[in-house]
Design a protein around this ligand. Structure first.
Ligand SMILES: C[S@@+](CC[C@H](N)C(=O)[O-])C[C@H]1O[C@@H](n2cnc3c(N)ncnc32)[C@H](O)[C@@H]1O
Length: 283
């Protein structure tokens, strides 16, 4: 495991343990204290969505959007959440796909998996399975999933091409990719990119918008769309940079408006092009 992956695992393992024991969280997706105005993770879900969920699933929410609001999830569908954390998006999706559907949550951090399974138990939901593994090597067969969701996780990976290739592989033809992630618009100073603290807080590893689109297309997706919905201004940027060991006064104005939370949608083509009367097999 790389130093970066270990740092990500340590950070999110500590957050899961804090939530499980009812201690205040020390940090989240964004390096400030959570639940008190963090510019990335605050105000993502409506009360109608959260009121039936276990409190620990809501307080463990570390995302940067609400991917379940991005897409219609039909009853009976199979959904995969990449980096499912405490399970909030898995539990919300499980309601929507109903008893005939199935939702997988995939996470590499044992403490998060334990918290998510406890939240599943408290929610009394049975059409859910939490899997241990890396989003760069998804432990599911080819063509087995209708919809992939993810909430502020792909930015944390040091091999985003592998993540997108794997997402494409496990989706069924016509399957949809609907994720929430932090993106960058334009250049970001090297000292921000090099900060481990900012990487594990979902900032330094964020892809540039056009690069995200290019990587999705290269993985085979079509109908790619990136929709920034919350652009971080200079005061938010100050919050990100605090405690990250970088020169806040110099960098905050430079990164003003450069980071955004975005909805990213794409589709796996429905079937290979038909080339004649006998060679048009659906994969
Ligand atoms: C920012 S949190 C988001 C959690 C959840 N999606 C949410 O919205 O609350 C990132 C989660 O992704 C997991 N994670 C990060 N990198 C991963 C990887 N390469 N493979 C699997 N899980 C990963 C972490 O363990 C953590 O639970």
């Amino acid at each position: 495991m790389s130093e970066l992956q270990q740092a990500v695992r340590d950070k999110y393992g500590a957050i899961a343990s804090a939530v499980a024991t009812g201690s205040p969280r020390q940090g989240c997706c964004g390096p400030t204290a959570c639940g008190c105005g963090d510019p990335i993770t605050s105000n993502l879900y409506s009360a109608a969505e959260t009121h039936e969920l276990p409190a620990e699933a809501v307080s463990a929410s570390l995302g940067c959007g609400n991917p379940t609001a991005l897409i219609d999830l039909a009853p009976g569908a199979t959904v995969l959440d990449l980096g499912s954390g405490g399970g909030i998006d898995v539990l919300l999706s499980a309601r929507r796909v109903g008893p005939a559907g199935k939702v997988y949550g995939l996470d590499m951090t044992d403490e998060m998996l334990a918290l998510a399974r406890e939240n599943q138990r408290k929610a009394g939901v049975t059409n859910v399975e939490f899997l241990k593994g890396a989003i760069e090597a998804i432990p599911l067969p080819d063509h087995s999933v209708d919809v992939i969701i993810s909430n502020c996780v792909i930015n944390l990976s040091s091999d985003k091409d592998a993540v997108l290739r794997e997402a494409f592989r496990v989706l069924k033809p016509g399957g949809r990719f609907a994720v929430s992630d932090v993106i960058v618009r334009g250049e970001v100073p090297a000292d921000v990119r090099q900060s481990m603290e900012l990487w594990v807080g979902c900032i330094a590893g964020a892809l540039e918008e056009t690069e995200y689109v290019a990587k999705l297309r290269r993985a085979g997706f079509d109908t790619v769309d990136v929709e920034p919905w919350r652009v971080y201004q200079v005061d938010d940027a100050r919050t990100f940079l605090t405690d990250a060991g970088v020169d806040v006064d110099r960098l905050a104005p430079i990164v003003d408006g450069r980071f955004a939370s975005a909805f990213i949608r794409a589709r796996k083509p429905a079937a290979e092009a038909c080339c004649g009367p006998t060679c048009c097999a659906t994969p």
